[in-house]
Design a protein. Structure first.
Length: 598
């Protein structure tokens, strides 16, 4: 592996072609394969750009969704391979992409050290030999894909009859990846989907070959040890190995926010660190038994990596997390939204992100999935939502239907962000006899939903001039709150050098430690949760809130002991950390005591 970080999936469209841009330089990244409609449009765009013969895959074709995804992924692989081979033919002059490849590497990389030795070599023939050896050691970054496990709509045929389960959205997407030429990983996120997980074992690429190699791998994005282990055991029993646990902060991340029951990132990482060997042994035992039923013998467990992402902001934090928790990699997501050569952010949104403050980023109820969603107040989609409410026309047209799930009013599922649903729901709400404050609270909950299917793709369309006159142009974006500390825009070299500590993009910026930032988000989340439930506090909810608070207190105690040792030689950093920690501990006590008083 050339680099110690990866770029996680960024919404539907923000990183949809990022692998094409960074994989030739050895950097791994993740593209969403949810939206096959957008994928087909982007494939056409690239074929036109590279003057390749394009053959459209119509939505009405048999298994069109899977075929579109396969064709797109194959195209990405072909384009990456082509550029990678071209890079290997270039000279080591300062302005070539070959030199850029090496300049981006961390100084700790053996390849980087060999490169520096080559530059200082005085003997021409030896230098030429070293250059050839270096080129032969280059590796491409992985073209990984993401599937939100529970975004798994069942589909109907032309007659309106339900198709087989294998044609559901998630299973078709997985099939699209499995049938592609990629030798990379599928990242499964947003919880367990037994139907999808069971489907994995039907593809031989996920099973070890005669050399014990996995052509395609499975990565789980998780937010706690218990659920990660449960999911991994479920898959191991089917002969599917988890090659990596990608631990993500519950709230200090972009996209959907899967708040744990108060479990903070530090204690979660500690549990993975302490139980790693025991976990691998138990998983391998289940895996071996499952493989035996498939007449496959494996004597040693495949590699199981552990990485972390969500809210990392400095090279010092990156290094600390990697070393202390014995991690294999880190993920840097939202900051790359400010890197135009890597992600697809339109000019207006890029400018708004670069000038945003902490209050512009917030956890919302905007997602039709009913999962907390990291939102941006200045986004075009948010402005459009408020205007539609003011015009007495809340809700969005629903064209793509990837997130339809509600059957309160209709036999066929509809989306809670749609004009149809919100009109019906508000009509029902008006029939209730409610106090104005209660009515407004419920009205806000209904109308807070936005169309993510279009909104999360529109920035890509806008940047690449793909929007037609009749299409909605409002942009939705879901950065993590950590982005507030970055101003940008930056080049790829700027960001990579920041990650590796060669430069500091946050020089002069007052930014609390990653653990402090996450704890602050959790205390605010608890405060809001208590306020929303005070009027109708059930025994079950009170038990949940008590446990949530207790876990936060446990996390604070853990941080006190840990950071007292970690920062023992950093007086200023230690003082700042503990001052921030004490403030949040006091705030937590105030928040929870307010519940008791009420």
């Amino acid at each position: 592996m050339s680099h110690t970080f990866h770029i996680p999936v960024l919404g539907l469209g923000y990183s949809i072609d990022t692998p094409i841009k960074v994989a030739p330089f050895g950097i791994s990244s993740v593209a969403s394969i949810v939206d096959d409609i957008a994928i087909e449009r982007i494939r056409q765009l690239y074929f036109k750009k590279h003057k390749l013969p394009y053959q459209h895959i119509d939505a009405k074709e048999d298994d069109a969704r899977a075929k579109r995804i396969t064709a797109y992924l194959d195209m990405m692989q072909d384009l990456v391979d082509k550029e990678f081979e071209e890079i290997k033919t270039q000279s080591f002059d300062a302005d070539t992409k070959l030199s850029k490849y090496f300049s981006l590497l961390p100084d700790t990389s053996k390849l980087k050290q060999d490169y520096l030795l080559m530059l200082n070599e005085q003997n021409d023939s030896v230098k030429t030999a070293k250059q050839l050896a270096l080129k032969n050691k280059l590796v491409k970054g992985a073209i990984d894909v993401n599937i939100m496990s529970k975004v798994d709509k069942m589909n109907v045929d032309d007659k309106g009859e339900l198709k087989e389960e294998i044609f559901s959205d998630a299973l078709a997407a997985l099939r699209g990846f499995a049938n592609s030429k990629l030798e990379s990983s599928v990242i499964l996120s947003a919880g367990m989907n037994p139907r999808l997980y069971g489907y994995l074992e039907s593809f031989t690429d996920f099973l070890p070959d005669e050399n014990a190699k996995l052509k395609k791998k499975v990565i789980l994005k998780v937010s706690d040890f218990r659920s990660a282990f449960i999911q991994a055991k479920f898959l191991a029993k089917k002969g599917v190995w988890i090659s990596e646990f990608r631990i993500e902060s519950g709230l200090n991340c972009g996209g959907h926010a899967f708040a744990t029951e108060g479990y903070l990132l530090g204690p979660i990482l500690e549990e993975f660190k302490q139980k790693r060997e025991e976990m691998v042994a138990e998983l391998f035992d289940l895996y071996q038994k499952a493989l035996a039923l498939k007449f496959i013998t494996l004597n040693h467990p495949p590699i199981l990596k552990i990485s972390v992402q969500g809210g990392i902001g400095t090279a010092a934090e990156d290094e600390f997390l990697m070393k202390y928790y014995q991690l294999d990699a880190t993920g840097w997501g939202s900051p790359f939204l400010l890197v135009p050569e890597v992600t697809a952010v339109d000019d207006e949104t890029l400018k708004d992100l670069a000038t945003a403050t902490e209050t512009d980023f917030y956890v919302s109820g905007a997602s039709p999935l009913g999962i907390p969603f990291n939102n941006f107040r200045k986004s075009g989609a948010e402005k459009q939502r408020l205007k539609r409410i003011a015009d007495n026309k809340p809700g969005s047209p629903c064209t793509k239907k990837f997130l339809v799930s509600n059957t309160e009013f209709t036999a066929e599922p509809i989306c809670t962000a749609s004009l149809k649903y919100q009109t019906l729901k508000i009509k029902e709400l008006k029939k209730e006899v409610l106090e104005p404050q209660v009515y407004q609270q419920k009205f806000k909950a209904i109308t807070e939903k936005i169309c993510l299917c279009e909104g999360l793709m529109n920035s890509y369309y806008s940047k690449n001039n793909l929007l037609t006159a009749k299409e909605n142009k409002a942009v939705a974006i879901c950065p993590g709150p950590n982005l507030a500390f970055f101003k940008g825009p930056y080049t790829l070299a700027h960001m990579v050098n920041h990650i590796y500590g060669k430069t500091n993009l946050l020089n002069g910026v007052k930014r609390p430690h990653i653990f402090i930032n996450e704890l602050k988000l959790y205390v605010e989340y608890l405060k809001k949760d208590i306020e929303n439930n005070l009027a109708e506090m059930t025994t079950k909810k009170e038990k949940y809130l008590n446990n949530f608070s207790q876990q936060l207190q446990n996390g604070i105690a853990y941080y006190k002991e840990l950071m007292n040792n970690v920062l023992s030689k950093e007086a200023k950093l230690k003082a700042d950390f503990f001052n921030d920690l004490n403030v949040l501990e006091t705030k937590l006590e105030e928040v929870f005591s307010a519940k008791a008083v009420s």
